[in-house]
Design a protein. Sequence first.
Length: 239
Amino acid sequence: MDFDLLIQRKRERFEQLECEIADPSLFENRNRAGEIMREHANVKALLAKWNELSSARMQLADNRELANSTDVDLAQMAQEEIPALEKRVADLEREMQVALLPPDENENRDAIIEIRAGTGGSEAAIFAADLYRMYNRFAESAGLKIESMDSSPSELGGLKEVIFKVSGESVFRKSQSCRRNHAGTRERKGVAGEMERVVERANATGRQSRTRQFDRRRPGPNGGGRNSRARKTGGRPRT
């Protein structure tokens, strides 16, 4: 895919952003300054990715040329590196395609994430605490910052509820990709429409087993538990 025209526009935009950042009056408006700084960082990262792709393409072209060399050893070494270079070029091209997509209007907003333990007692609270730790590790790996706002610990080191703010570059987009793997997730508008609240309800891992226990305690046709006939006769419970 030919990115040259789009990259040229990004370079022109980057120069404009550099001029705006150099103007001290920009920082009189904090919201505007924040938007410009975020866009500047995004465009800078995109151009760095483009340079990386260009370098990988040049290295691949050089290796293909060396693979036809009369020096057998050199040609063999160059040929062995070609598959890895082809994969790297393909991966970088896909990343460039994604980076050049129009940004979502919400992706640079901060996110408030709320995790609540569902039914299940201590097991649900432990699961909620594990989920909170997962978000912390994810934020650290993604270069995001987590600020705890409120929490309600439970016994055995679990969490009944925890609310925290995630801030950083493209935080809302990154938090969306993280939470996409969790069921029962929903979004709602936050304070003054400037944040998005992501509510994670951590369903109890032990809920299914608790349901089975309840079924076993349910009175059967002979007054005992549902499986009492099977225990007495050694047969299977009747339906």
